[in-house]
Design a protein around this ligand. Structure first.
Ligand code: NAD
Length: 358
C-alpha cells in the first residue's frame, strides 16, 4: 500500500490528466474531486478512475477541454449538454448555472446530457446544501450493462445513482457539517467497489453478484474481467424489485428525458463512461417555508439520533452524509492508502501519456 497526503495525490493526478491533454484548471478540479471521493471513503470513485479517464481521452470519446452548453433556456427549466467533457467540470458548471436560476426563481429543474463520468453525485448535492437548498439527482450510466434487472440473469443497465441532499441548520445559515446527503448506486454496491475488491483480492458478501451463467457468486472478478466464455457477470440491484424500479427511473429521467440516451445494446468494451443527469434544486426560503423546514428537519433528525444504539451497532443511528464526513476527518489525518493494483494502473497510465506518476 502507498500512503499519500491528499495534496500530494491531487498534484500527481493533476499532472497525469494534464499530460493527457487537460488544461491545468480543469485537471486540478477533476483531481481534487477524485481525491475528495477517496477522502470520503468512496475509493471506487477516487483516483483509481483516472487511468480510465486517460483511456477515454486516448480513444477520443472524453473531450478534456469541453464545457457545458445551454441547449434550452426556459428560465427555471434548462436543458444542458456536457459535450463529452469531464463530469467533474461540466457537472459543476451545470450546478452553478442552476444556482443562478434558483436565486432568481426559487428553483431550477435541469437535465445534463452527455457528461463524461460525474463521479460522486453527492458532491453536487453538497454544493446545493451549502447554499441551504434541497436537491434531487437521477443519473444513468452509459458505459457497460453491468446490473441485472430483478428477475433477469444478465446485465442490462448501469449502476444508475440517485442522490438527495437536504440542508440542515437555520434559515440563512445552513451547516454543511450536518447536511443530509443520501447518495447511492441503485446496484447492491457500486461497480467501482467490485474493482477495488478484485484488485485487493477480496471476496464480497453473498447477494451482490451473479456470474456469467446467472448463478450467485462472491467473486467480484465476474464484473471486472471477462470470464472464460468472454461474457461478464452482473451486479444485482438493491432492494430487489424496488431498487430495480428506481434504477429504471434513473435511466429514464437521466438518459431519456435529458436526450442523452438510454442503454439498450450489447457491451462494446469502450473505456469512456458517460452520465446524464436529471436534477431539481429548490430554495426553501423562496418557498416561504424556511422556518418550518429548518426547525422540522433538525427536530426530526435529532429524534432519529436519540434512538438507542442497536446491539452490535456502536455508532447507533448514522444519518446519510455522516459516514463520508467521518471518513474525511480520519483520512485527512492519516493520509490516503492506495492499493498496489490501483497504484500500478496509475503508473502504467502515466506511461501511456509519457509522464511519470510522481
Ligand atoms: P454506499 O452503499 O456506501 O451508500 C452511500 C450512502 O449511504 C451515503 O449517502 C451514505 O452517507 C449512506 N450511508 C452509508 N452507511 C450508512 C449508515 N450506516 N447509516 C446511514 N446512512 C449510511 O454507496 P454506493 O451505493 O456504493 O455509492 C458510492 C458512490 O458511487 C456514490 O457517491 C454514488 O454517487 C457513486 N456512483 C456514481 C456513479 C456514476 O456513474 N457517476 C454510478 C454509481 C455510483
Amino acid at each position: 500500500m502507498q500512503t499519500l497526503s491528499a495534496d500530494d495525490l491531487t498534484r500527481r493526478v493533476r499532472l497525469l490528466l494534464q499530460a493527457a491533454g487537460s488544461d491545468e484548471k480543469v485537471a486540478q478540479q477533476v483531481a481534487a474531486n477524485l481525491v475528495l471521493a477517496n477522502l470520503s471513503g468512496h475509493d471506487s470513485h477516487g483516483v483509481g478512475m483516472a487511468p480510465r479517464y486517460v483511456d477515454a481521452i486516448l480513444e477520443g470519446r472524453l473531450n478534456p477541454k469541453a464545457d457545458a452548453a445551454v441547449r434550452v433556456d426556459a428560465g427555471a427549466l434548462m436543458g444542458l449538454d456536457g459535450q463529452g467533457g469531464f463530469g467533474q467540470w461540466v457537472g459543476v458548471q451545470a450546478m452553478e448555472l442552476a444556482f443562478a436560476r434558483v436565486r432568481q426563481f426559487g428553483c431550477c429543474v435541469f437535465t445534463l446530457a452527455h457528461a463524461h463520468h460525474l463521479g460522486r453525485i453527492g458532491h453536487f448535492a453538497e454544493m446545493a446544501a451549502e447554499h441551504g437548498w434541497v436537491s434531487l439527482h437521477f443519473v444513468n450510466v452509459d458505459a457497460r450493462p453491468v446490473v441485472a434487472p430483478a428477475g433477469g440473469s444478465d446485465g442490462r443497465f448501469g449502476t444508475n445513482p440517485i442522490c438527495m441532499g437536504i440542508p440542515v441548520g437555520t434559515p440563512g445559515s445552513p451547516d454543511p457539517s450536518r447536511a443530509f446527503i443520501l447518495d447511492f448506486a441503485t446496484s447492491r454496491v457500486a461497480q467501482g467497489k467490485m474493482r477495488v475488491a478484485h484488485n485487493e483480492g477480496r471476496r464480497v458478501p453473498e447477494g451482490y453478484l451473479i456470474d456469467a451463467q446467472g448463478q450467485p457468486t462472491t467473486d467480484p472478478g465476474v464484473v471486472v474481467v471477462p470470464q472464460a466464455d468472454g461474457r461478464m457477470g452482473a451486479l444485482k440491484t438493491f432492494g430487489e424489485y424496488k431498487g430495480f424500479g428506481l434504477a429504471v427511473v434513473a435511466e429514464l429521467l437521466g438518459g431519456a428525458l435529458s436526450g442523452g440516451g438510454t442503454w439498450h445494446r450489447e457491451a462494446d468494451g469502450r473505456r469512456a463512461v458517460f452520465n446524464s443527469m436529471f436534477c431539481v434544486v429548490v430554495d426553501p426560503v423562496k418557498l416561504g417555508t424556511q422556518d418550518a423546514f429548518f426547525a422540522e428537519t433538525r427536530a426530526f433528525l435529532d429524534w432519529l439520533k436519540q434512538s438507542p444504539a442497536a446491539p452490535g451497532q456502536p455508532l447507533g443511528v448514522q444519518l446519510p452524509g455522516e459516514p463520508e464526513r467521518a471518513a474525511r476527518q480520519e483520512r485527512m489525518a492519516q493520509g490516503l492508502r492506495i492499493d498496489p493494483a490501483t497504484w500500478q494502473e496509475l503508473v502504467e497510465s502515466a506511461k501511456k501519456v509519457n509522464v511519470a506518476f510522481a
